[in-house]
Design a protein around this ligand. Structure first.
Ligand code: GCB
Length: 596
């Protein structure tokens, strides 16, 4: 009986999943003309999930998606967006309303927009990020559902959008759940909402939804353009005026047109010379522009070669949190401040932890010449054997790659952070590695491990390591492990002869708290950790990069020491209010020396 009920439920949920319209993802939407839907959206907080209008989480006849209005004396009506308060989009809800600070669950957004569809076009609603699950309705029709809180998606609305007034309702749900990615626990705030830009994008009937070009080790530029809505044989062109490139190719039966050409006089992209070229793609009426840098990245033995030359990555970790203002980072100013500090530190590298950050970060990194490690939130314990969890991770990986495959700054795709080496975890992450290599064979694959120590020797025995190009080691000698002064006694080996990045190290300090270098949480203590770590790094000839933990203090749910942490992870080199701590200058000096 029970089994039958479980089967029925499974069958029904599969049917519902099949019936749900899926999102797609257009590349370079930030470079297409679009109608912004940023600004105030009405919202209804819905912890009891009444907005579905049914007893399940499926749209029912009296759900909020219908966006009906209260009329005095009219039919019974128990909500009205038009009279509800507003939240700014982009923006998480937690940092905008005190009473939503701890809120996790379902919240409904609504806004009106006027639109005039043109013949022979497709219209999409582009959502930069919605944490975590989103169901999108236009004029009371479900247009798509999406999972994953840090990557963009597009919902086609061509068949439901009308000439004149329209409305969009988005149900966003950031409930932490075992099967989600990330899962129940993380060391960052679970900011909910429409945390990045929302816009309406119009494209011709035949349009480019994917395009990428990259430099090969033999000096060719190769890549492809993918066209939707056209018959095979559509003529696609690629122009790079500054390189006198004007190439044509035709699409195959899968809508793909491939390109290979030899550019003459190419200036390669590098941190010292972040040259970007204007690339113009065209098919039929569709035009897409991108700013692209051309460089190569590869591994040779234990070295990382950028444009064929060995490079040392002077880096820092960054959480996607807004300086000063707090909450999720989303603006140009946020990106400029964060990467500006990295630049002041003489960094040539940042690890964007632990999830894909706003696209403005990778665009700006391209312009500034800062190399990037980009990661999906496969963090700590994940529901390794659950196929839905694997699907969620794969989807986020796919969307991360697709969005940033054109960014020269991004050199490393990271599959995970600090996962315990159980067999089921290794199977799970290996599937992600296979996918990443298929979708983007041009970049290096990494993961950050928790370092295990045997006495004072680091043990590098994670079975995943064999499948990675670059190994990331997180260690907190001087903070969670041992005293800072013990660091130089630690021994490190590189049994696999692969490039190693110390992907996290550091300790906490409250800005302005001074005292002995032996007293945790003083600026002196944090600075001392850095000095001792640098001594240890001297004994690691195979070390190819560093990413200090972390650029700025950030909100963390379990960092509760009153008067010191107050809900923040205090391992920042800069406080969340922008005050630089002593460790900032210690690292700055060290990187200045390394740069020479
Ligand atoms: C780690 C995690 C990072 C934490 C950090 C800490 O190992 O990767 O997400 O925030 O340590 O401060 O403990």
């Amino acid at each position: 009986m029970r089994t039958a009920a479980v089967f029925t439920a499974l069958f029904l949920s599969t049917l519902i999943a099949l019936a749900e319209p899926h999102s797609t993802l257009l590349v370079d939407v930030d470079h297409r003309p679009a109608m912004s839907l940023d600004g105030p959206w009405h919202y209804i907080v819905d912890p009891y999930r009444g907005g579905w209008g049914s007893n399940t989480d499926e749209p029912g006849p009296h759900g909020y998606a219908a966006n009906t209005h209260y009329v005095p004396g009219g039919p019974l009506q128990e909500y009205d967006f038009a009279k509800a308060p507003v939240l700014e989009v982009p923006g998480d809800w937690n940092s905008q309303r005190e009473n939503l600070f701890y809120y996790e669950g379902l919240l409904w957004y609504q806004r009106d927009f006027t639109y005039h569809p043109k013949p022979h076009t497709h219209t999409f609603l582009h959502i930069g990020a919605a944490n975590y699950a989103a169901h999108v309705f236009v004029n009371d029709t479900l247009v798509c559902s999406h999972e994953g809180g840090f990557t963009p998606f597009d919902c086609e609305i061509s068949s439901v959008v009308k000439d004149g007034p329209n409305f969009v309702v988005i149900a966003v749900d950031n409930q932490r759940e075992v099967e989600r990615v990330p899962t129940l626990k993380s060391d960052w705030w679970n900011y909910g909402g429409l945390t990045r830009d929302v816009s309406v994008v119009e494209v011709p009937d035949t349009f480019i939804d994917d395009a990428v070009l990259h430099l090969t080790n033999t000096g060719e530029i190769e890549g492809f353009v993918h066209v939707t809505g056209g018959a095979a044989g559509a003529r696609v062109s690629v122009r790079i005026a500054d390189l006198h490139v004007d190439q044509n190719a035709v699409t195959d039966e899968h809508g793909r047109a491939k390109f290979t050409f030899h550019p003459s006089g190419l200036e390669v992209w590098s941190p010292e010379h972040p040259r970007l070229y204007k690339v113009e793609y065209a098919v039929g009426e569709d035009r897409l522009q991108d700013d692209v840098g051309f460089r190569t990245i590869e591994v040779k033995g234990d070295e990382i070669l950028l444009n064929g030359k060995s490079i040392f990555l002077r880096g820092v970790n960054i959480q996607g949190e807004a300086p000063i203002r707090g909450g999720r980072a989303y603006s140009e100013a946020d990106a400029e401040t964060l990467l500006g500090w990295a630049n002041e530190l003489h960094c040539n590298f940042v690890r964007l932890a632990h999830y894909p950050h706003d696209e403005r970060m990778t665009r700006l990194a391209d312009k500034m010449g800062i190399l990037v490690w980009s990661e999906i939130p496969v963090y700590w314990a994940i529901d390794w054997t659950n196929p839905r969890t694997l699907d969620a991770a794969k989807q986020q990986l796919h969307e991360m790659i697709r969005r940033d495959q054109d960014k020269a700054s991004v050199i490393l795709w990271s599959m995970s952070n600090e996962t315990q080496p159980k067999p089921e975890r290794t199977v799970f992450i290996k599937k992600l590695i296979t996918q990443a290599r298929e979708e983007d064979p041009t970049r290096l694959i990494t993961s950050a491990f928790v370092t295990r120590f045997h006495d004072k020797t680091a043990v590098l025995d994670d079975p995943l390591a064999a499948d990675l190009d670059v190994l990331g080691y997180n260690q907190y000698i001087g903070w969670y492990t041992d005293k800072p002064q013990a660091a130089p006694e630690y021994k490190w080996e590189d049994p696999l002869h692969k490039p190693v990045i110390m992907s996290e190290f550091g300790g906490g300090a409250k800005a302005g708290m001074h005292g002995a270098a032996t007293e945790p949480f003083t600026e002196e203590y944090e600075a001392e950790i850095y000095k001792q770590q640098f001594l240890m790094f001297k004994n690691m000839p195979f070390l190819r990069g560093l990413a200090a933990w972390v650029l700025m203090d950030f909100r963390a749910p379990t960092r509760l020491l009153p008067g010191i942490q107050d809900g923040y992870n205090r391992k920042g080199l800069v406080s969340n209010k922008g005050e630089k701590k002593q460790a900032f200058f210690v690292l700055q000096d060290y990187y200045a020396q390394k740069q020479k």
